[in-house]
Design a protein around this ligand. Structure first.
Ligand SMILES: NC(=O)c1ccc[n+]([C@@H]2O[C@H](COP(=O)([O-])OP(=O)(O)OC[C@H]3O[C@@H](n4cnc5c(N)ncnc54)[C@H](OP(=O)(O)O)[C@@H]3O)[C@@H](O)[C@H]2O)c1
Length: 309
């Protein structure tokens, strides 16, 4: 299958390129500012995805059978800092890709976020539950879902992923990569004991996305995540244990949301996701946290610290 991938240099996009090529697909991927190579791409296209005309030309040039949107301004703080760019990448881009998918009759796999919910309850959110975002990033993701499924209802599938572990092209993007970088720099990360997430790896999510490219019987908005809910602090402790680091080598400060009310106000406290019906209909399965941790490796930027400590 010929696939157009927006966000090929991102945490998820790069995992998708590797997974898709293993399944025999041909991936043309858009790279933004990342200067290096991305494994698995048959062709790399360097354009600004905030430029609608450039994006449209690039898609029509490929005339793909599937379009995958893993591009975004993916950090909520970055969206607050630059709302216009965030609107272009998180709303206008997916809307344009959906119109293009409709135009060329391509499958569209779009990524939203668990942050479409306010996280005020402990029970898992179902895919049909009312959204209630509490930050700009979440509001833009809700808007993207609405526009994508209005433009290509018969072709589009949207996933709402959770907090992601895994391996990025820079070795600095995922949760374990960021934690290891903090420890290598001699810092003590402050992690919430009362903020809960249901993490999965970018690699596991990418397998799901490849499966969804290959199937045309699944359309609409679905949840994907790991099999377990953990606090941010517990996740940090489990990552430390995974790499057999001591509390002296890899210190963690346990904090509560009440310690930082201004920051916590824009962060959903508990994002538990109900993964049905998707989990029951795919070959890829949600992973327990132990299985995810076992797959993690020390990223290149901190290897010398890790080996020399
Ligand atoms: N990471 C998470 O924990 C998480 C959780 C829930 C949902 N999600 C969602 O999942 C999707 C993928 O996230 P991710 O973590 O893989 O994001 P990421 O690592 O931040 O990657 C973002 C991608 O978008 C590209 N991009 C951004 N602006 C661009 C521009 N103007 N022109 C061209 N390319 C541009 C980046 O390219 P360059 O780097 O080359 O500039 C990169 O390839 C996003 O929709 C995100 O909101 C992520």
């Amino acid at each position: 299958m010929n696939i157009f991938l927006a966000g090929a240099s991102g945490l998820v996009g790069s995992a998708f390129a590797r997974a898709a090529v293993r399944r025999g697909h041909r991936v043309v991927g858009v790279i933004g500012r990342f200067a290096g190579e991305v494994e698995g791409l048959a062709q790399a296209v360097r354009i600004d995805l905030a430029d609608e005309m450039a994006t449209t030309s690039a898609v029509l040039e490929v005339f793909p059978e599937a379009i995958v949107n893993a591009a975004a301004l993916s950090m909520p703080e970055a969206c607050d800092a630059n709302p216009a760019l965030a609107q272009a990448l998180n709303v206008a881009l997916p809307a344009n890709l959906a119109r293009l998918a409709h135009h060329v009759t391509a499958r569209l796999v779009h990524l939203s976020s668990e942050q479409v919910f306010d996280g005020a309850r402990r029970q898992p959110y179902g895919r049909g539950d009312a959204t209630a975002p509490i930050n700009l990033y979440g509001r833009q993701k809700v808007e993207s879902e609405r526009l994508v499924h209005a433009a290509a209802p018969e072709l589009a599938v949207t996933l709402r992923p959770p907090l992601l572990l895994g391996h990025s092209v820079t070795g600095t993007r995922s949760v374990h990569e960021r934690l290891l970088a903090e420890w290598a720099a001699g810092r003590t990360p402050r992690l919430y004991t009362d903020e809960f997430r249901q993490p999965c790896t970018a690699e596991n999510l990418a397998e799901v996305m490849v499966e969804l490219c290959e199937r045309d019987d699944v359309t609409g908005v679905f949840h994907w995540a790991g099999a377990e809910l953990v606090s941010r602090h517990e996740l940090g402790v489990r990552i430390r244990e995974r790499f057999k680091l001591t509390a002296t080598e890899a210190p963690l400060a346990a904090v509560t949301r009440a310690d930082t009310p201004e920051v916590a106000r824009r962060r959903p406290p508990c994002l538990a996701l109900d993964l049905q019906p998707l989990a029951g209909s795919l070959k890829t399965k949600p992973q327990p946290l132990s299985g995810q941790l076992a797959e993690l490796t020390v990223p290149p930027p901190v290897r010398s610290w890790f080996l020399g400590r």
